[in-house]
Write a protein that binds this ligand. Structure first.
Ligand code: NOJ
Ligand code: CA
Length: 680
């Protein structure tokens, strides 16, 4: 199963022993970012400068344990080692095809001067686009099995930077499905990562996150002291308060600080991918990015139910209708939710009642699978756990082998819960292990995964490219039922510059029935249950919000006879190149992406509640080549609030010398396909 890294273009490694000093430095390959590591009064600190300007002032490192003294004091540096690395590797799918991993590495080994003389190594990698560091604790007599009660890692920000965040402690502990706030980073006391910040002089953007979270607790951040802006790692706990259980040797996830001069340089973010091990799958040929439709939105707008009864969504007949629709429109997949028993009654309280193999009587899984295969469409099997982890784990093998035997190769998992049935935090090491087990088991059975209510993305897709996409933020579904005003027009722009820096998101774009006029049932006011964008912006989201499994989320009947649907049929899901052309967090973003193995480009632009116009040079196109631009713009008088539907579809010939005028309505957007025309 194991194999060496994917395509290697260039690899260079040199090992140089360095003299032991109290303070050591490593610089990024371009020399602009420098990390200093040193011991002061027996404690280990790191700091970061960019162009000799402090970004992170000396910040403490170390651990506290249950049942053992902290590993923090009386430390001295015993060894340092350096290495440099330059490699370009190819992703099986992604926002970009090729990724360069070019960094300088410094490993600083420290030891307690007094007994028990425990030791660890801090490994630091400095890239042009940021810094990663992690703790490596070797096997040793003084430190075997341990229980971490706190990781002491600090991020002491030199500047009271402007931040965009979602809280990690409100309104409930374990949710990422919230709207973003922004303000000085000294304001919030508990935040989730990725935490995006802009220094007050506007010169630098910083994003704190983590990479390669495998067997550890998820990291949030908390303000260390009320009066300053030092953030500290805040690990999600087990039910008994312990954060991490393990034994040496062990390594922590990487703590990452992405650094960019301009907001448009933040995406695509590859720092975390470079800090994950290469793929362990012997073949990735079976993994296919695709668009999908689903028996899904009907439940959210209350025209269908997950549970059995007269409005049961997952019937054999409805599934076949969706499969026919997908086949007729070149859409690769069909998701079916509510197919399996366990949804009747309170499906959150009855979390242990879910079966992952037994279908409701009106849904013939084998027949639907056969029909899908015959029509060249893939079924995405839904596995909602409600956080009944042991119930799901008990069934993993039998469920996945059933799916496999029916030729099904994709699942969507769900974890609608705050804490697990076992009482552990949704983000605890217990859950990290669970998500990892699902990924690994799915890989063994040849199954792709789309996880909702997941652990945040820390780049697992490099090692397990069957991890396609996940939710982990407030998605489109909130427009159907949130009751708190849904997702405001700036929301998707905030997502682009925060959550999506971690990895792909299954936002589920493409709602055409903007006012949800087909929804029935639940009493609601139009102000409450509706989508807060124009229709053109729904199209633009396919380009802006990257996901290798990208949903056409509306009911098929809402796409019938709608010319704008052609864009969803045409838009790609796998990219060679991504360029952010314009952007301001919370305001607007313009993204161009070139389809993988193709000369066709797609452009997506979205704005908040303000109308905006940009003239965008198409200089990214190949010089001398003619293209046809198929433009889906906000139509005359369009506005998200009271006139969301007009879309003006037009065509024009463009070249690399052309400029495209992108005029967006309030809450609007624009989607463009730019395909080669005629001979070169
Ligand atoms: C929440 C998920 O985000 C949504 O997509 C799904 O339909 C429901 N849970 C039910 O599993
Ligand atoms: Ca959700």
């Amino acid at each position: 199963m194991l194999r060496s890294p994917l395509a290697l273009c260039l690899t260079a490694a040199t090992l140089v022993a360095a003299p032991v000093r109290a303070q050591v430095r490593v610089a990024s390959p371009d020399g602009r970012t420098e990390v200093t590591v040193g011991v002061r009064e027996g404690r280990l600190y790191y700091g970061i400068t960019r162009d000799a300007r402090q970004l992170i002032t000396p910040s403490l490192l170390g651990f506290e344990f249950r049942g053992a003294p902290p590993l923090r004091d009386g430390l001295r540096v015993t060894d340092t080692a350096r290495q440099t690395h330059d490699e370009t590797w190819t992703q099986p799918w992604g926002e970009v095809a090729r990724v360069r991993d070019h960094h300088n590495e410094l490993a600083v080994s420290v030891e307690e001067a007094a007994a028990p003389g425990r030791r660890f190594t801090l490994r630091v990698r400095a890239f042009d686009d940021g810094v990663g560091f992690r703790y490596e604790v070797p096997e040793q007599p003084g430190l075997g099995a341990f229980e971490i009660s706190d990781e002491l890692t600090e991020f002491a920000l030199a500047d009271n930077a402007h931040a965009w965040w979602i809280p990690s402690n409100r309104p409930r502990m374990d949710r990422s499905e919230m709207l973003y706030s922004s303000g000085p980073v000294s304001v919030p006391d508990h935040v989730q990562t990725p935490l995006t910040m802009r220094t007050s002089d506007g010169r630098t953007y910083l994003v704190i996150h983590e990479a390669n979270l495998v067997d550890y607790a998820r990291m949030n951040l908390r303000k260390l002291r009320m009066e300053d802006r030092t953030l500290q790692a805040d690990l999600a706990p087990y039910a008994d308060g312990v954060k991490v259980r393990g034994h040496t040797p062990f390594v922590t996830p990487w703590r990452t600080i992405q650094i960019a001069d301009r907001v448009t340089d933040l995406a695509p973010s590859v720092l975390g991918l470079n800090l994950n091990p290469p793929s362990v799958l012997s073949s990735t040929d079976w993994i296919h990015p695709m668009k999908y439709v689903g028996i899904w939105w009907g439940m959210h707008i209350n025209t269908m139910t997950w549970s059995s009864g007269p409005r049961h969504g997952a019937t054999t007949a409805t599934a076949k209708r969706y499969i026919d629709f997908a086949a007729a429109n070149g859409i690769g997949g069909v998701l079916v939710e509510g197919w399996n028993t366990g949804w009747d009654g309170d499906w959150i309280a009855n979390r242990n009642a879910f079966s992952f193999t037994q279908a409701y009587p009106d849904y013939d899984l084998a027949e639907v699978a056969r029909y899908a295969r015959q029509r060249g469409v893939r079924l995405i099997v839904h596995n909602e756990t409600s956080g009944g982890i042991q119930n799901y784990e008990r069934q993993l093998d039998s469920a996945f082998s059933l799916y496999r035997s029916l030729g099904l190769d994709a699942i969507k998992t769900g974890y609608v819960t705050d804490t697990t049935a076992e009482g552990h935090s949704h983000w605890s090491q217990f859950m990290v292990r669970h998500y990892r087990r699902v990924i690994e088991t799915a890989a063994r059975y040849g199954i792709m995964v789309d996880a909702h209510e997941p652990i945040h993305d820390t780049g697992e897709r490099r090692t397990y490219p069957n991890v396609m996409t996940r939710e982990g933020a407030r998605g489109q579904e909130y427009n159907a039922w949130s009751g708190d005003g849904g997702n405001p027009p700036e929301h998707e722009i905030n997502l682009f510059f925060t959550r999506l820096l971690a990895g792909p998101m299954d936002y589920t774009p493409g709602i055409f029935d903007i006012l949800i006029e087909r929804g029935t049932g639940r009493p609601r006011t139009p102000e409450e249950a509706r989508v807060r964008t124009t229709l053109a912006k729904q199209l633009a989201l396919y380009v802006v919000l990257y996901s290798p499994l990208q949903m056409a989320a509306d009911l098929p009947e809402n796409y019938e006879g709608r010319p704008a649907f052609q864009f969803i049929r045409d838009v790609a899901v796998d990219w060679d190149t991504t360029a952010v052309l314009r952007g301001a967090i919370g305001d607007y973003v313009v993204v161009a992406r070139r389809q993988r193995d193709s000369a066709t480009w797609f452009l997506g632009a979205i704005t908040d509640e303000q109308a905006r116009t940009f003239d965008v040079p198409l200089s990214f196109l190949t010089p001398g080549r003619r293209y046809v631009a198929e433009i889906y713009a906000d139509g005359p008088g369009a506005s998200w609030r009271d006139n969301p539907l007009p879309v003006a579809i037009s065509r024009r010939i463009v070249t690399a010398r052309s400029t495209l005028r992108i005029a967006m309505a309030p809450g609007g957007g624009q989607a463009v396909r730019i395909r080669p025309s005629g001979p070169r």
